[in-house]
Design a protein around this ligand. Sequence first.
Ligand code: NAP
Length: 178
Amino acid sequence: MFVAIKEQHKGVDVCINNAGLSHPEPLLSGKTSAWKNIMDVNVLALSICTREAYQSMKERNVDDGHIININSLCGHKVIPFADFHLYTATKYAVTALTEGLRQELRAEKTHIRATSISPGLVATEFISRASSKNPDEVAAFYATTKSLKTKDIASTVTYILSTSPHVQVCAYFQSVWT
Ligand SMILES: NC(=O)c1ccc[n+]([C@@H]2O[C@H](COP(=O)([O-])OP(=O)(O)OC[C@H]3O[C@@H](n4cnc5c(N)ncnc54)[C@H](OP(=O)(O)O)[C@@H]3O)[C@@H](O)[C@H]2O)c1
């Protein structure tokens, strides 16, 4: 993907690590293959894209780039839902990876920024893919549970990209579970 980006657009200035998933596989009974898939996408792919984006910025002397990780409230609090415990571990990893990235960027004396955005529940396809609920149960869940809209997350990303270089934004969204 990064080779194709280089050919078509020269490189990456902003990387938003959004891809993420979960499977309803609790810690006491879940399938190893499902856990590996969650780790691959939520932790490894995010780390690979971060490394490739940084290298792309570095080779083109881009000093005002930005790497934004779409984290979750699950990156800061363990919610009482067994289906999401392995997912929660990967989002805690995203919290650590964002802070580690910030420290490495600082050591490199670059002004490329690292940001983590931690939404609570957002109305997307996430729950229908990640839980064992059937479509009617998912619809009932969203009808009775307060959720953010995707435009709330998009506005947050736009705001963060527009802030001055010295500003560090800490974006947590209130959740029904906190
Ligand atoms: N929805 C929530 O309540 C919520 C709350 C907090 C944080 N988040 C986080 O928000 C991010 C986006 O999730 P979402 O809510 O938009 O869920 P979603 O509707 O299920 O979308 C997930 C996205 O991840 C992509 N993806 C999954 N596996 C992939 C893979 N192997 N390779 C490439 N792309 C892959 C999907 O691409 P395809 O469509 O092509 O499969 C899709 O674009 C995730 O990191 C999630 O953890 C979501």
